[in-house]
Ligand binder design. Structure first.
Ligand code: ATP
Length: 588
């Protein structure tokens, strides 16, 4: 398939944010795509080459891409930097530079999607000392044969700056229309995606085997299942209103969610955001097969740091010490854990997703033999507000965050946040009632004690409709010296010369970051703001929402995608809720 077909589509898609138009362009694109290239197209559309959980990252830095452009165009790096500064996008800068070159030379090759994909794949796999030179060689050989427009998209994919605003749902809509003639069939695709986390594989299946193939899609061991998530409730009373007369309550442990895939001695672990995290937990890999009465299983558990002497649960931050590149064995000894199982999704060749909670829990208790390391999450059946209150009290006393409430007769809804699971956290840690997970988009340099580090961070919420990160507050409190250092280290890798186009902020920061890091904050209230962009125009024209007195809680949410951060819809709900509480109080 000619790469120019894809480049033309990408070009059209970049110019619109309308979902219907995007879908239409995608349908046309799939119409022009041979069956065996569909999966590649789907990955490339998302700026990837394989599903996230395989951990294959392109990881090409701007500097390296500039060297490749220099090599292909015969220009100096300085000239390319100049053009880049002018245009704010390296892809566009390359287009401009290469246009000049194509006026003087003839293109002999027609590059194909397959060739671009294979080359990107090779680049991602390169390691070792000579890898930088090889990368430059591969990239410039593609750029040599590409038209300026093609070159610009190759670079955007390589640098991770392709921003089409096509959500997974839009791709699924288009696949359903292109291959079955009706958007109605998206449900089947969604199911397949939820159990495989691999949109490319889903696309390949619908293209080659049609709807029936997708409907028969099955869980595959070592392909993570998208996790089921919970809605929030604020009180015992509300819990009963929503859950009915009898339901399960489990401790909500404050650790890391782990999806374990086990077949005999072979074990793989996936995080909440489906990253393969096996390397951080060699103790789980070693010990869990012995605790299981199953040949094959996919299980969910919360890994929690513990005090080895007392067995007490320790907060999430303790566990994060394990997220290090080196000396993991030492961290395993220093930060011991228990693995607390709460669900079973697959058992000896069969999916358990359709089985009701009550039966899944029974099966889980049968499969996992408890010992010092492997545990069942404490659970009880509750009926009254008092029951919930008592269990909540116990949970908090043992160092947990609150409760997870689960309907007894419901299946496991992979990939959705729904009503069958609720989370209840007791102590309202701040007047707002809950914490927010926000994206770090920029920073201001510190003074005094904070000289040489970032003194204040600029944070954003996620706008699902526009797929952008809207500024919501500056935060400068709640940082210990240790956290300041840690954040400085993490964020230094994310500094960008030009602000990422998905960032929406009127405020000018000293430095801008690639929006990749999520941190947790609490605040005293949400107010209208003429400067900040969160939920702009939703409550009042020309005003956004902002956090008042925000404070960092100390939690760096490395397990979250930026798209999992607090959304503007949630911010608006919290804003309205706080208005309602104020109104109710004034009536008392
Ligand atoms: P939060 O920010 O509250 O951790 P979240 O957005 O990560 O929430 P939610 O679905 O809202 O995800 O809350 C469920 C999370 O709570 C899970 O991702 C898991 O890590 C954790 N958890 C702790 N105990 C349990 C349990 N018993 N059952 C399910 N999840 C649990």
């Amino acid at each position: 398939m000619k790469f120019s077909i894809l480049a033309d589509s990408l070009n059209k898609m970049e110019l619109t944010a309308k979902r219907l138009e995007l879908t239409q362009y995608l349908v046309e694109l799939f119409g022009n795509t041979p069956q065996d290239v569909v999966s590649k197209i789907v990955y490339l559309l998302q700026g990837k080459i394989r599903p996230d959980f395989e951990g294959i990252e392109l990881g090409v830095a701007e500097k390296l891409a500039m060297k490749a452009i220099a090599k292909s165009s015969g220009n100096t790096i300085k000239k390319i930097e100049e053009e880049y500064r002018k245009r704010g996008d390296l892809g566009q800068a390359a287009t401009k530079i290469l246009e000049k070159k194509t006026q003087t030379t003839f293109l002999v090759e027609n590059i194909t999607v397959e060739r671009v994909y294979e080359t990107l794949f090779k680049i991602a796999k390169l390691e070792g000392t000579r890898s930088q030179d090889m990368k430059i060689k591969y990239i410039s050989s593609l750029l040599n044969d590409a038209t300026p427009l093609e070159a610009s998209y190759i670079l955007k994919i390589l640098l991770g700056t392709l921003r089409l605003g096509v959500a997974e749902n839009t791709v699924m809509d288009a696949l359903a229309i292109a291959y079955t003639g009706s958007k109605e069939n998206r449900k089947a695709l969604e199911h397949a995606y939820n159990v495989s986390s691999d949109l490319g594989k889903v696309a390949e299946t619908i293209a080659s085997k049609g709807l029936k193939g997708v409907e028969e899609f099955e869980i595959t061991l070592f392909n993570p299942i998208r996790p089921m998530l919970a809605d929030r409730v604020k009180s015992e009373e509300e819990s009963i209103e929503k859950m009915g007369i009898e339901f399960a309550a489990e401790y909500k442990l404050d650790g890391e969610r782990v999806q374990l895939h086990v077949e005999g001695e072979k074990v793989a672990l996936f995080s909440r955001s489906l990253e393969n995290i096996s390397k951080y937990y060699p103790d789980i890999i070693e010990k869990i097969p012995k605790a299981l009465l199953a040949d094959q299983a996919i299980l969910e558990a919360e890994a929690v740091a513990i005090n080895e002497n007392t067995g007490e649960f320790l907060p999430f931050q303790e566990l994060m010490h394990r997220r290090r590149k080196y000396k993991i064995e030492k961290a395993v000894l220093q930060y011991p854990i228990t693995v607390n199982f709460f669900d079973v999704l697959y058992y000896n060749g069969k999916s358990c997703l359709e089985i009701e909670y009550r039966q899944r829990r029974k099966l889980l208790e049968k499969i996992v033999k408890e010992d010092d390391f492997a545990k069942h999450v404490p659970m009880t059946i509750v009926k009254t507000e008092n029951d919930i209150e008592d269990f909540l009290e116990n949970s908090i006393n043992s160092g947990c965050e609150g409760l997870m409430l689960k309907m007894l007769d419901k299946p496991y809804q992979a990939g959705s946040r729904g009503k069958y699971w609720l989370k209840l956290k007791r102590e309202y840690r701040n007047e707002l009632g809950d914490s927010l997970d926000l994206i770090v988009i920029g920073a201001f340099f510190g003074k005094g004690r904070r000289t040489g580090r970032y003194g204040t961070l600029l944070l954003a919420s996620y706008d699902e409709d526009t797929d952008t990160f809207t500024s919501i507050c500056k935060v400068g409190t709640g940082f210990t010296d240790e956290k300041l250092d840690q954040l400085y280290q993490i964020l230094s890798d994310k500094v960008t010369i030009k602000r990422n186009p998905r960032i929406d902020s009127e405020m000018e920061a000293d430095v801008w970051f690639e929006p990749e890091l999520v941190i947790e904050v609490v605040a005293s209230e949400i107010t209208l703001s003429p400067i900040h962009k969160a939920a702009r125009d939703v409550i009042r024209k020309d005003a956004g929402l902002a956090l008042r007195f925000p404070k960092f809680t100390g939690k760096i949410r490395v397990e979250k995608f930026v798209e999992d951060a607090s959304t503007n819809e949630e911010v608006v709900t919290l804003y309205k809720l706080q208005k309602k509480v104020a109104h109710d109080k004034s009536l008392m």
